[in-house]
Design a protein around this ligand. Structure first.
Ligand code: ADP
Ligand code: MG
Length: 230
């Protein structure tokens, strides 16, 4: 279960505020998050993953209260329990595809790369259609290929929570279907909760719950105009 209570978050010196009085997501749910650009969808995923910390409120991810952890515990929690597909991939440029996929294992020292992890890496890369690219530095990949590396990296630890931020944005229709099916299948196998930000109405039918973000965004829609121009 994901449980949010009285959450308030704002970036320093900006008018944007995310306020969620109460939100619960049952285990193994499939949640689609929709909403206008700038409404805070990415911010919410980063709060759930413990990358950002709210000014107020509680975020419980199962038995983990991410709002009560110190930085090091949140980083370990993220590496072992969360599969996050970043909107902008956040791959490490100078590493090859295989090393990027295995990155969670270098972040959390409690995680060990063994033969089964390597096998899973090969299988995921194969499913995502990038197995021929494993040794290539990611800076020499197309956007769509980079996106698929980011998705394999999110799946490699078989995390309990899969958070995907517009994971099909750079994919052609065929790869889009393949990747969405891969995310759903992996969620099914590990009984993980899948939360996916998407604008793609053709994907909505696959989800048990749709959340429209507009109602959670307390900032005025034209908030950007109120920001001081340096
Ligand atoms: P979405 O993913 O729904 O498009 P975001 O969560 O990325 O929205 O952003 C929500 C709001 O917060 C936007 O107004 C955006 O400009 C602002 N924002 C995002 N990241 C930062 C940041 N690092 N510092 C300051 N403001 C930010
Ligand atoms: Mg976003």
């Amino acid at each position: 279960m994901i449980r949010i209570r009285d959450l308030q978050f704002g970036y320093p010196a900006t008018p944007f505020r995310l306020q969620i009085p109460s939100w619960e997501v049952p285990d193994a749910a499939r949640v689609a998050i929709v909403g206008p650009s700038g409404s805070g969808k990415t911010t919410l995923l980063h709060l759930l993953a413990g990358i950002l910390v709210p000014q107020q409120g509680q975020i419980e991810m199962g038995a983990f209260n991410v709002t009560r952890m110190n930085d090091a515990s949140r980083r370990d929690f993220r590496a072992s329990q969360i599969g996050l597909v970043f909107q902008r991939f956040e791959l490490i440029d100078y590493l090859n595809v295989a090393s990027n996929i295995l990155l969670p294992y270098t972040i959390n020292r409690a995680l060990q790369i063994d033969a089964s992890v390597r096998k899973r890496m090969q299988e995921l890369a194969h499913r995502a259609g990038i197995s021929h690219l494993l040794r290539r530095p990611v800076q020499r990949l197309s956007q769509g290929e980079q996106q698929r590396v980011a998705i394999c990296r999110a799946l490699i630890t078989q995390p309990q929570w899969l958070l995907a931020d517009e994971p099909t944005g750079n994919l052609d229709p065929q790869n889009k279907r393949l990747i969405v099916d891969l995310l759903h299948q992996q969620a099914e196998v590990s009984q993980a909760t899948l939360i996916m930000v998407t604008h793609d109405v053709s994907l909505m039918a696959d989800f048990s719950l749709t959340v429209d973000f507009q109602s959670w965004c307390a900032a005025p829609r034209d908030a950007s105009r109120q920001e001081a121009i340096p």
